[in-house]
Design a protein around this ligand. Structure first.
Ligand SMILES: Cc1cc2nc3c(=O)[nH]c(=O)nc-3n(C[C@H](O)[C@H](O)[C@H](O)COP(=O)(O)OP(=O)(O)OC[C@H]3O[C@@H](n4cnc5c(N)ncnc54)[C@H](O)[C@@H]3O)c2cc1C
Length: 503
């Protein structure tokens, strides 16, 4: 049995550990924090729980392939899934439009807003249906995956979206509400294909939220690892990967300990590993992506507030225009605010948590990080002033919230950098741009036969399913290497079911 040491206990690392155990190896997951999960986390502020991650979890529909993976990882089995009626609602001058899970209703409501845009609306809805067919998601009319010929004939339908950014797609609509609906939830540089994919997942009931949300899901995955016999070492920060004769032999930790292993899996931001923890070059294709000016990494600053449920007048995420005088301070034109009334346990009775989310690219993220490093007080003041402005904007928009909001927490890209060690506090992989396919980067590291990558950075745009898949692939690569070297048999799938039956 080979010993697999995994650096990073996020979803990719937990997945690498769980699948390594399922493949018959011994997994040791080392996580620098006091809890596993990485970005899949949440935290308490008094009586409130603040959720960090899941807006939608692709793979909650049992007919999707990803569901099976989540089940094997212990993430979903037997858990209630919350599939809200709407993912987000956009508002413009009092008129609203929601991304609702019923595609027919979505089409009708878009047409009702702007009959003039019917060609673009119908084209978008057709593309979403096509994507559902390609992914095999059980939407209203698509119960099965498309056949190979069906897939090939579906591709031209998607080429239009492949070539457009989200903002270019938005500009094809004449009505300002539709332009906001298309453009406001994503960064401008996102490829429109990413939007089509998210619409397809949500409207195919394949983008729900497991009960308890992020932290609870991470805890279930941690329990699955341990139940299989894997080790989870918390507060264990790797500082150096030691190499000898073309192999990595051990890892040194910040607590002055050393662990030897047969394989080492890097399951954290590669930008913080290559040339730092590990004296080796980053895989060439991945390094090229980090240098590509089109491939942004993003983070966000967020505020959590408590709010009386009686003052709440929307469901899911709500997006509205920022009054002009606040735009330069906040550097945004629209606010995204999310409510958590679907998680009653997150707040005392009669209250709920509201969270605002403001995306930032690397330059702005670096400013937060530098400010925190140089001047803690100024950083705290900045957080406070952002939160004050956001509260004022919320009360202007929803006057009934006056006196009903209380600040719980503010966090920024500096928080993400500190928490996960990710270089610019980025928490997804690169923004998935137009005219690019989300090609997967392999997990091998040149010159080191037993070091593997398992991270969301191997495939744009990242996210939980990609992280989980990366972990699974690393474990399978190790299992195949072991089988090739005659140490253990490996046949895909079968051992997973067998071992899961044992626990
Ligand atoms: C606000 C927000 C919303 C999101 N919404 C969604 C969503 O709705 N759907 C979705 O699919 N995804 C979403 N994501 C993205 C998702 O959280 C990430 O894609 C995923 O968690 C990445 O997992 P990972 O394991 O690759 O990396 P991480 O989560 O970054 O995990 C890496 C782990 O490695 C640890 N680590 C780093 N360096 C070391 C070291 N030297 N030694 C030991 N441990 C180390 C870190 O502490 C961390 O736990 C969201 C993320 C955020 C922050």
């Amino acid at each position: 049995m080979a010993k697999v040491l995994i650096i990073g206990g996020g979803v990719a690392g937990l997945s690498a550990g769980i699948y390594s155990e399922l493949c018959g190896q011994h997994a040791v997951v080392c996580e620098r924090h006091s809890a596993a999960g990485g970005n899949l986390t949440g935290w308490q502020r008094g009586e409130y729980h603040i959720d960090n991650c899941i807006h939608w979890l692709t793979g909650t529909n049992p007919s999707s392939d990803t569901y099976k993976t989540w089940e094997e990882l212990g993430a979903l089995g037997g858990i209630d899934i919350f599939q809200g009626d709407t993912l987000y609602t956009c508002e413009y001058r009092g008129e609203t439009l929601s991304l609702c899970k019923n595609l027919k209703r979505l089409e009708e409501s878009m047409l009702a807003v702007s009959p003039r845009d019917k060609d673009e609306i119908r084209s978008l809805i057709r593309a979403v249906r096509t994507m559902q067919g390609l992914c095999g998601i059980a939407g209203e009319e698509h119960d099965k995956k498309l056949s190979l010929s069906g897939k090939l004939s579906a591709l031209p339908m998607l080429t239009k979206y492949y070539a457009l950014t989200v903002s270019e797609l938005a500009s094809r609509f004449s009505h300002p509400l539709l332009r906001r609906f298309i453009g406001a939830f994503w960064g401008e540089d996102f490829g429109a294909l990413a939007l089509v994919t998210v619409f397809a997942a949500f409207c195919g009931e394949n983008g729900g939220i497991p009960k308890g949300s992020s932290r609870a899901m991470a805890e279930r995955m941690s329990s699955r690892l341990k139940a299989l016999g894997g080790e989870l070492l918390l507060g264990k920060e790797a500082v150096k990967i030691n190499r000898l004769n073309g192999k990595a032999v051990s890892v040194d930790f910040a607590d002055d300990t050393r662990i030897e292993a047969d394989y080492i899996v890097v399951a954290c931001d590669p930008a913080a590993v290559f040339g730092k923890l590990l004296d080796a070059d980053m895989p060439r294709r991945l390094a090229k992506q980090y240098k590509d000016p089109r491939l942004h990494r993003f983070s966000s600053y967020q505020c959590a507030l408590s709010c009386d449920t009686s003052a709440l007048s929307f469901k899911g995420d709500f997006i509205f225009d920022v009054p002009r005088k606040y735009r330069s301070e906040l550097r945004i034109n629209q606010v995204i605010v999310r409510e958590f009334s679907h998680e009653e346990a997150f707040a005392p009775r009669g209250k709920t948590v509201l969270q605002t989310l403001t995306f930032c690219y690397e330059d702005e993220a670096r400013k937060f990080i530098e400010l925190r490093d140089k001047d803690r007080e100024a950083y705290e003041r900045k957080k406070r002033s952002l939160a004050d402005a956001l509260v004022r904007i919320l009360v202007m928009k929803f006057p009934q919230m006056k006196g009903k909001l209380e600040l719980l927490d503010v966090w920024t890209p500096a928080t993400y950098k500190r928490y996960t060690g990710s270089e610019t506090g980025s928490y997804m992989s690169f923004v998935f741009p137009s005219k690019r396919l989300p090609v997967r980067i392999g997990n091998r590291v040149k010159g080191l036969s037993n070091v593997l990558l398992a991270t969301q950075w191997q495939q744009m745009p990242g996210g939980l399913p990609i992280a989980a898949e990366a972990g699974k692939r690393a474990a399978e690569t190790i299992a195949k290497t072991e089988a090739r070297e005659g140490r253990r048999l490996f046949s895909q799938r079968k051992p997973y079911a067998e071992r899961l039956g044992e626990i």
